[in-house]
Design a protein around this ligand. Structure first.
Ligand code: ADP
Ligand code: GLC
Length: 498
């Protein structure tokens, strides 16, 4: 099958979170399944700076939304998978991140920026971009690609379209004026677009709704989250719509890159190790302590956090629990960046507990690997978690995840029985209530196991033995794509929207 994979982030070119990792690994895994995959994302400035060898390929015949647009081509790192970059300097060649100059404030013209991106994806998806390539499937990801399923429906002959939601809380909401400026068709498939059954969401235009309503199928990135978002607690106002989507909506868990995240072959970490040489992991703990300017300490349990700093990630729970954690003799290192308020609160806490709590408010791949290898346990108190990758990385590194039992976290971690010397096939510690007391109780259960080396090794090895490979997910996506392909006789003649 020819698959066009549309996304707003792609490891290692541009990354703010797990979406970039998925955009790298899922196409690779799909290729292994025999598919021909091509990727498309915007040509942000940081990416143009990094890639000197870019070639102009596709020709976008007309100006789109009044802008000149071209397509540049590179390959996915270490592969021959083509990556098209939508080059529209007026919209994408600017400083800062993919969504805004700073991580917590979006650009004012994001509707126009990603509206444009969606139009170009649609042109490629219908072989109108001069590439001489027709995808059978357009796989869209998150709100930034939400208009693609809608725009594809303008054409009678169109590829099928899957819309994957990585995080329901990011919806791409814009004003009615932005909607008007995008000059979308008024009606698609008999549905008026400015209507609560389509793009309108409480007086705003919603990109994510466009994706959910008009895609042939919708999925999210774990089975647990797919269930949760049908409730008002997790549905972000879209639970009703997702319920209505019914069987067209499903959950497929992410995998992890087992080459990039391999304690036996990771050039970012201090000392390599594996399940039979777990005693060597301690050198990574010492390296983390040195990196974070904490005194070397073999004994005390070292907790790590590697996270975007947003409300989703529940860092407030850690801040609230800190006095108890410190009293209990637990040390903590935090690597993260994001909301300024959370960053400031962490900095303040670090000043309060020198030598015990240290934070690095940056985004740094190397340190992320080092923390995942060197911490004894990784703390993940997310309020909600569509999938989460770090809990899987941690398990592969014999670093025990301690997490709130939601979404993908609950799907991928098997909880230890409380205070028992028989840990069965447990791989981590879960807490069910999002409260400081529940998290602290989980930490006490963790400490109980940490205090017994044989038990601790058993827990570590159980996590290391888990199989989080992408192959399984790629098969599930293949089955889903297959189920969407039209019977040959349904194919209509071509029409154009000009
Ligand atoms: P989310 O996508 O919600 O941020 P995930 O767990 O799916 O959560 O993915 C987060 C990804 O971002 C992981 O690859 C993690 O290692 C990485 N990451 C998060 N914060 C940092 C940071 N400060 N430095 C380096 N990597 C980070
Ligand atoms: C989102 C989610 C995260 C998920 C990632 C990749 O950023 O917050 O849980 O792992 O997307 O799908």
């Amino acid at each position: 099958m020819n698959i066009l994979f549309a996304c707003s982030e792609l490891y290692p070119l541009i990354k703010t979170g797990g979406l970039a990792d998925v955009a790298y690994n899922l196409p690779l895994a799909l290729k292994k399944q025999g598919h021909r995959v091509r990727i498309v994302l915007p040509a942000y400035r940081s990416l143009l700076n990094d890639l000197s060898h870019l070639k102009a390929v596709g020709q976008i015949a007309t100006t789109v939304q009044g802008y000149e647009v071209s397509l540049l081509k590179t390959n996915l790192k270490n592969t021959d998978i083509p990556v098209y970059l939508v080059h529209c300097p007026a919209l994408f060649d600017r400083p800062g991140g993919p969504y805004g100059e700073y991580s917590d404030v979006g650009w004012d013209d994001n509707a126009e920026r990603f509206g444009m991106f969606c139009r170009i994806v649609t042109l490629i998806g219908t072989d109108r971009a001069g590439l001489n390539w027709q995808p059978d499937m357009v796989h869209c990801n998150d709100w930034h690609t939400g208009l693609v399923p809608l725009l594809l429906r303008v054409y009678k002959t169109r590829p099928r379209c899957l819309y994957t939601i990585h995080n329901l809380a990011y919806q791409g909401l814009f004003s009615k004026a932005d909607f008007t400026a995008l000059k979308l068709p008024e009606v698609i498939d008999g549905v008026r677009l400015w209507n609560f059954r389509a793009l309108e969401f409480h007086g705003k235009m919603s990109f994510i709704k466009a994706g959910i309503v008009f895609a042939d199928a919708v999925n999210t990135v774990s089975r647990g989250y797919a269930q949760e978002v049908l409730s008002t607690e997790f549905g972000c106002g879209l639970d009703g719509l997702l319920g209505f989507v019914g069987e067209r909506f499903s959950g497929i868990g992410n995998g992890i890159d087992s080459q990039l995240w391999d304690p036996g072959n990771d050039h970012f970490i201090e000392t390599l190790y594996g399940p039979s040489s777990l005693h060597r992991k301690i050198f990574n703990k010492l390296a983390v302590q040195a990196e974070f300017h904490l005194p070397n300490n073999h004994e005390r349990l070292l907790l790590g956090v590697v996270s975007r700093l947003t409300d989703q990630k529940g860092i407030d729970l850690i801040l609230e629990t800190l006095p108890l954690m410190m009293q209990q003799g637990l040390d903590l290192v935090v690597l993260g960046s994001g909301d300024k308020k959370i960053e400031q609160a962490l900095e303040q806490a670090a000043r309060k507990y020198p030598g015990r709590l240290s934070v690095k408010l940056i985004y740094d791949e190397r340190i992320a690997h080092l923390v995942i290898a060197g911490a004894d346990a990784l703390l993940i108190p997310s309020r909600y978690e569509p999938c989460g990758l770090t809990q899987m990385y941690a398990q592969r590194y014999g670093t025990v995840p301690v997490a709130h039992a939601v979404g993908g976290l609950a799907d991928t971690i098997i909880d230890i029985p409380p205070y028992s010397e028989d840990i069965a096939d447990a791989t981590g510690v879960l807490f069910w209530e999002h409260s400081s007391s529940a998290m602290f109780e989980a930490l006490l259960r963790l400490e109980f196991v940490y205090g017994n080396l044989l038990l601790w090794r058993e827990l570590q090895r159980a996590g290391m033995g888990e199989n989080f490979s992408w192959d399984h997910s790629a098969k599930a996506y293949t089955n889903l794509y297959d189920s969407l392909l039209p019977e040959p006789e349904q194919i209509d003649e071509k029409v154009t929207i000009g």
